[in-house]
Design a protein around this ligand. Structure first.
Ligand code: SF4
Length: 270
């Protein structure tokens, strides 16, 4: 019998690596336990991503900086901010990032895809994911990931990102075109971090992803065989419990560290 492939997204694998209990809450327990409140930095990221996706959907002559600002305002959510004043201030700040970012783009340089779903299989995994943007550069396709966090991205981050490696495999498989370069476009600093994957670097990422999937399989089997959920999917308490979405359902995480304010990941606001 052929081996059944484990269906995985980069975030699913990362969730288990961070904390098996969090994985259980997100992907195993049904109904899903209640999640904590929304985060301001996620609201910013969602609005910027939505604005850029919509900007590329406009006719070329309408792809202007003003249109990008307008799209951001339409997509904006105040969820997670301390108050309306803070939300408005960050909306203006994000609009400034977008204005500068689209000024550096050629509106006529049509991407191959935006928010494009791709998939690939390995010996043990059925990987899938959604890519912010796929560019054509010469004969090759490039994976572009937008970032809006407070830290400037580094080339090491681009090299070490399991998600970006999975996207390269997905582009190759789904679009059947050469692809090895991945880029992190950090809008707040206007910088780009990049890495060019080799067969070896991709193989290393695949091996690590398959190891995580094997651990998930073992935990799932242990649960099915009657182990307690907390044994099969142990908690990994730490600093991350301060911002874990499932903290309200996790006494271990509550005891490990205080909850962070939902706007505390914004630069200069903690
Ligand atoms: S609060 Fe901490 S220990 Fe609990 S699920 Fe989240 S990350 Fe894991």
């Amino acid at each position: 019998m052929p081996r059944r492939l484990f269906p995985a997204t980069p975030s699913k694998l990362a969730t288990f690596s961070d904390c098996p209990r969090r994985y259980r809450f997100a992907y195993v327990d049904r109904p899903t336990p209640p999640r904590g409140p929304a985060w301001a930095h996620n609201s910013i990221g969602a609005a910027v991503h939505a604005a850029l996706r919509s900007w590329w959907e406009l006719p070329v002559p309408r792809r202007t900086a003003g249109a990008a600002r307008q799209l951001l305002y339409t997509a904006w959510s105040p969820a997670g901010f301390r108050d309306a004043e803070q939300s408005d201030r960050w909306r203006a700040r994000a609009a400034g990032w977008l204005t500068e970012y689209v000024a550096g783009l050629d509106p006529a340089d049509e991407p191959v895809g935006t928010e494009r779903q791709v998939a690939a299989t390995t010996e043990r995994l059925a990987l899938s994911g959604r890519i912010d943007r796929i560019d054509q550069r010469g004969d090759e396709l490039v994976v572009v990931d937008y970032k809006t966090g407070r830290s400037v991205c580094t080339d090491d981050e681009a090299r070490g990102s399991a998600a970006l490696a999975a996207y390269v495999l997905g582009v190759r498989r789904t679009l059947r075109r050469p692809c090895r370069r991945v880029e992190l476009h950090h809008l707040p600093s206007g910088t780009v971090a990049a890495f060019e994957h080799t067969d070896r670097s991709l193989a290393n990422h695949v091996r690590r992803a398959e190891d995580v999937a094997a651990d998930i399989g073992a935990a799932t089997a242990a649960l099915a065989e009657g182990r307690s959920p907390d044994d099969a999917f142990p908690a990994t308490p730490g600093r991350q419990c301060g911002w874990c979405d499932f903290r309200p359902s996790c006494p271990t995480g509550q005891a490990a560290t205080p909850a962070r304010e939902t706007w505390s990941f914004l630069a200069d606001e903690a």
